[in-house]
Ligand binder design. Structure first.
Ligand code: HEC
Length: 495
């Protein structure tokens, strides 16, 4: 079990050689996985380990894997590029010499250190999971989480092993609120699997974490409450009454207060004290609140209003409105860019009926630019009846180097460099295939990142998926099935 998890980490954070995430979660720290022991016991000279190949990888080619023919059955033929030795009569395993020849043949179909370019991993992998379009031997591996696939990937990555020993332990989870259900899915980015489902909150919307990770706070649109949940058990500890129907929420940097945006005119932020778990105040803002944020330096809250087309900045010290920016269109999600000292430099603001975002200079307290997303790719969003919200979901990576913007019309997420706002490219999102109709889009809703800024998570609300995108290659590396209409997603990091 632990070995498998570690192997997955190696896969997911492949480029994160010095990342604090590399050694994985708290659960992983205790025992050294077998695979790694095998690898480190053989001498690593930059080449791939024969020992590891022989003891861990080769058995996969021989074993009966559910519903699949064995690799051995077909790859003993001499016209295969990836060629396995015929077993000697009566023997169930290869000799050392034969293994050496298998090893040499396998080396022909891998790029050491780079599983993503290695035929041995791509050819038998399902196309839906990133594999080649067709393999005569079938979709031997349904996903990049297949334990056997991960063992081969670990071998291919071998040259980078042994770096992780002293990295600090981190727990990272991506939370997904399924806005049309009563569940929250919790994803472990090391395996890109749902590892916990929190039940019992109907129409869960915004989510925030206490700084120690003990509790999560969820705005509940069905009952107009803030649900306080014990993170580990998923048990609802308390439901705090709100002044009206909530939308998104944010937590102050010190964790002492949760600010809940109230989706009713004239517009307030309900302030919930996290010690007493009571609503202690409602701060007036300009218009019913859609989303609310706390700036990265913790000094301000910013609420956006659809009805009043305004972004209101609240000084969290005085808990009063400090200034605001008015737009010609309703205000949707926002993202924040910081100065080197951590203070807020710019806010990127999505607007209704605008395929792009506005740029607000925080010091000038004014909109200074409006960036339109490319028209291509296009063709989505109309059948889905989402033309009025062409772009929903925006985020600045934790390293502050790029801005990611969802597009419903393009069925894609665009990447811009920061601070120059240069378009880098886009990653396509999954399509939905309505029976008897042309494919439609995923209707992306929100964006989150791993703390090393290497993976981007996008909630595909129409596809009931979360797409995981490699921030460097702009390729989808996983699709995670989640609940009905996934919307807000947020990353919890415990160090
Ligand atoms: C039913 C027969 C069959 C099985 C089972 C099979 N393969 Fe293949 N494989 C093929 C054929 C045929 C090709 C040639 C290219 C093609 O048609 O896909 C191929 C191609 C490949 C290639 C590309 C290099 C080459 O030799 O052309 C790799 C790598 C590969 N297979 C790996 C595997 C692995 C790993 C397994 C087991 C997990 C496996 N295959 C199981 C038939 C099979």
């Amino acid at each position: 079990m632990t070995g498998t998890k570690r192997a997955t980490l190696l896969l997911v954070f492949c480029a994160a050689t010095t990342s604090s995430l590399y050694s994985g979660t708290k659960e992983l720290g205790t025992t050294a996985p077998q695979a790694e022991q095998a690898a480190s016991s053989s001498t690593q000279t930059g080449a791939l380990s024969f020992e590891f190949f022989k003891t861990k990888v080769q058995p996969i080619f021989l074993k009966n894997r559910a519903e699949h023919a064995r690799c051995y059955g077909c790859h003993v033929l001499s016209n295969r590029i990836f060629r396995l030795e015929l077993l000697s009569p009566g023997s169930t395993d290869w000799s050392d010499e034969q293994s050496q020849r298998n090893f040499q043949s396998a080396l022909e179909v891998v790029v050491p250190g780079d599983p993503a370019s290695s035929k041995l991993l791509l050819h038998p992998l399902s196309p839906e999971a990133g594999g080649d379009p067709f393999h005569s031997g079938g979709r031997q591996f349904a996903s990049q989480n297949d334990p056997d696939w991960l063992v081969i990937a670990e071998w291919v990555r071998g040259v980078r092993m042994g770096i992780s020993e002293s990295a600090p332990q981190t727990l990272t989870r991506v939370y997904v609120t399924n806005s049309a259900s009563d569940t929250i899915d919790v994803i472990d980015p090391a395996t890109n699997r749902v590892v916990q489902v929190i039940h019992g909150i109907e129409l869960p919307h915004g989510i925030a974490f206490s700084p120690d990770g003990a509790r999560i706070y969820v705005s509940n649109e069905a009952e107009n409450v803030l649900d306080v949940v014990d993170r580990k058990s998923g048990e609802i500890l308390k439901r705090v009454a709100l002044s009206d129907r909530p939308n998104n929420l944010a937590i102050t940097k010190d964790g002492s207060q949760v600010l809940v945006g109230i989706r009713a005119q004239p517009g307030v932020l309900d302030v919930i004290d996290t010690t007493s778990l009571q609503k202690v105040k409602s701060i007036p803002v300009d218009g019913a609140v859609h989303n609310v944020y706390v700036t990265p330096d913790g000094k301000y809250a910013v609420s956006g209003s659809i009805e009043n087309k305004a972004a209101t900045v609240i000084d969290l010290q005085s808990q009063q409105m400090a200034w605001e920016v008015k737009f010609n269109r309703p205000v949707r999600p926002m993202a924040f860019e910081t100065n080197p000292d951590g203070s807020t430099r710019r806010i990127f603001v999505q607007l209704s009926a605008f395929h792009g975002f506005a740029v607000v200079d925080f010091a000038k307290r004014a909109e200074v630019a409006r960036i339109k997303l490319p028209d291509q790719p296009g063709g989505f969003g109309i059948a889905e009846a989402r033309g009025g919200v062409p772009s929903h979901g925006i985020g600045v990576t934790p390293d502050g180097k790029s801005l990611w913007v969802n597009s419903t019309l393009s069925n894609a997420v665009f990447k811009y460099s920061l601070p120059d706002l240069k378009l880098i490219g886009h990653a396509a999102l999954p399509e939905v295939h309505p029976l008897g109709h042309a494919p439609t889009g995923a209707v992306p809703e929100w964006i989150a990142f791993t703390p090393d800024s290497k993976l981007v998570y996008v909630s595909d609300s129409a596809a009931r998926l979360v797409s995981v995108i490699d921030a460097q290659t702009l390729k989808e590396v996983a699709r995670i099935p989640v609940g009905e209409v996934p919307k807000r997603i947020k990353t919890l990091v415990l160090r």
